[in-house]
Structure formats: C-alpha cells, structure tokens
Design a protein around this ligand. Structure first.
Ligand code: CMP
Length: 139
C-alpha cells in the first residue's frame, strides 16, 4: 500500500455548524494523519481557480458563492492510500446517497453543502495541495 497525501477542505457549512472537530475525529479514527491545516476565507478568484474543472457546469456559480460564504479549513492528510481512503470516509458527493458512518452520511443533507471536499486522484491531490500549501508547511 502506498503512503499518499490528499487535500481536504472542511467547507463553510462545516465551520458554521461547529463540527470541524467531529469531522477531524472521523479522519483520525480512519488512521489518516492531518499534517497541515489552516483556516482561510477563499477569495472569489481562488474558488474559481480551485474549481476550474467545473466551470462549465450549471452549479459553478452557486459553488463559488458557497465556498466564499465563510471560512474554510484546508488540510493535508497523509496515510496508506490516502486519496481513496478519504473519499471512502467522506461518503458519496450527494449526501442522500452517502452511507451512514461516513462524514456526509452523518452530517450533510444537500449536494451543494456537503461539508467536505477531498481530492479525487493522486494527480489532483498533488495539484490541490500545491494550490494551498508550500512544501515547508507540511510537517
Ligand atoms: P466537491 O467534492 O467539493 O467538488 C465539487 C462540488 O460541487 C461538489 O463537492 C458539490 O458540493 C458541488 N456540487 C453542487 N451541485 C452539484 C451537482 N449537481 N453535482 C455535483 N456536484 C455538485
């Protein structure tokens, strides 16, 4: 099993609802380690760039507005198969499809406010980590 890094975002709804500690406990219980995290308020430009891959989707404007509506916590997680493991514990993108016991299954109701983001591939994880963190911030 490969030791990987992946990017996680605890979205504005997670911060507003005061459940970031609960989400971190799901992450830590899974064996993944949080090696960097910071709270920040994304600018419109940062959110548009981060989600550029979705720029032609109908929900893009709503997504950017939501992701800039309040502070987020960006994190780097490390562990065995971190990319797929984090996607497993997050649950399906649409919380209505997410299993109980997953972060979205237990804490989210709506696809547009689904509490967390996680990289979907190792290649995107590298890009997304570079987007928010300098190498010296990863300890
Ligand atoms: P995330 O993993 O952050 O990646 C893109 C986000 O777009 C996704 O989670 C959802 O929160 C959001 N989104 C909003 N509406 C939709 C939709 N109809 N289909 C997919 N993703 C959506």
């Amino acid at each position: 099993m490969a030791i990987e890094r992946t990017l996680s975002i605890l979205k504005p709804d997670a911060v507003k609802n005061n459940i970031t500690g609960k989400i971190n406990s799901y992450i830590e219980s899974s064996g993944l380690k949080i090696i960097a995290q910071k709270m920040m308020l994304l600018t419109k430009k940062q959110a548009e760039l981060f989600y550029e891959i979705h720029k032609d989707r109908s929900f893009f404007g709503e997504l950017v507005e939501f992701m800039t509506s309040g502070p987020v916590i960006v994190q780097v997680l490390v562990g065995k198969n971190a990319v797929s493991k984090y996607r497993q514990i997050m649950g399906a993108t649409d919380p209505k499809q997410a299993e109980k016991g997953t972060i979205r299954g237990d804490f989210a109701d709506d696809i547009s406010e689904n509490r967390v983001h996680g990289s979907d591939s190792l290649e995107n994880a590298r890009k997304e980590i570079d987007f928010f963190f300098a190498e010296h911030e990863l300890v």
